[in-house]
Design a protein around this ligand. Structure first.
Ligand SMILES: [Zn+2]
Length: 265
């Protein structure tokens, strides 16, 4: 893909896989997508590999593994920060600058003579943007779609109803490649997006099945659905189950009474 390079940040972990992907876009001027964690060697690598002035910073969302390097990179380069105007204060770092250009859904961005679209894709995070280059179908998805496993949807900022709508919307783009916030590029975007949607719907069937068999708490549902999975993952799994329950309540299929949940007949 023309003028797209990846700089892998040295922050591997359970939630970040091999680390955060920072992308450099453009040739005569550079946009940095997701500066990543504030690690000096990573900031050095970004600037060393740019090869041209860094004029723009595009932030997919304000989660720390994508955003803590923003202040230092903006300071060092004078680049214009473009992001959703209102990151959730519970996770945005206090030093995150107000965007120099607040992006709205559908906004056009020009860089090095090429056009990009900013797309508001909430679900993983309420402030999440994806970036799409219509000329060749390159789609930068941040944490909406990742190159390994699935994405954490943690309520209340994470919202499964919105997440499924975002996936369906990305499917309408018929992208040629997905450049995710973690993991390797995805060369079959539509199949991957369908797989993500199907995975969530299959989970929902499992949640409803558990309720039908008389399970009433998140802990009981997690123990049932994730029985074969490493227990260390169970706290994250509980967030996912909760996301499904909130969605089902909103759809009138499940009722809540404190910590107890039941299917609506
Ligand atoms: Zn994230």
């Amino acid at each position: 893909m023309k003028g797209i390079r990846r700089v892998l940040a040295p922050n591997p972990g359970m939630m970040t896989g091999p680390g955060t992907n920072t992308y450099l876009v453009g040739e005569r001027e550079i946009a940095v997508i997701d500066p990543g964690p504030a690690i000096a060697s990573h900031l050095d690598a970004i600037q060393a590999q740019a090869g041209a002035p860094i004029t723009q910073i595009w932030l997919t969302h304000a989660h720390p593994d994508h955003a803590t390097a923003v202040p230092a990179l903006r300071e060092a380069t004078g680049a214009v920060l473009m992001a959703w105007p209102t990151p959730n204060p519970t996770y945005a770092i206090p030093s995150l600058p107000t965007p120099d250009r607040a992006l709205a859904d559908g906004d056009d961005i020009t860089l090095d003579g090429e056009h990009y679209q900013a797309l508001h894709c909430p679900g993983h995070a309420s402030d999440h943007l994806c970036f799409f280059r219509p000329a060749d179908g390159a789609l930068f998805t941040g944490d909406v779609v990742v190159g390994l496993g699935t994405v954490v949807i943690a309520p209340p900022d994470g919202d499964l109803t919105q997440y499924l709508a975002s996936l369906a919307r990305l499917l309408t783009l018929h992208a040629t490649v997905i450049l995710p916030g973690h993991g390797e590029p995805i060369t079959h975007p539509d199949a991957k997006l369908r797989e993500y949607i199907d995975h969530r719907l299959a989970r929902e069937v499992q949640v409803l099945g558990g309720l039908e068999r008389g399970l009433t708490t998140v802990a009981a549902l997690v123990a049932d659905i994730y029985a074969a999975v490493d227990p260390r993952v169970h706290p994250v799994a509980a967030q996912q189950v909760l996301g499904h329950l909130f969605k089902l309540v909103r759809e009138g299929k499940v009722a809540r009474d404190g910590d107890m949940w039941r299917q609506v007949p």
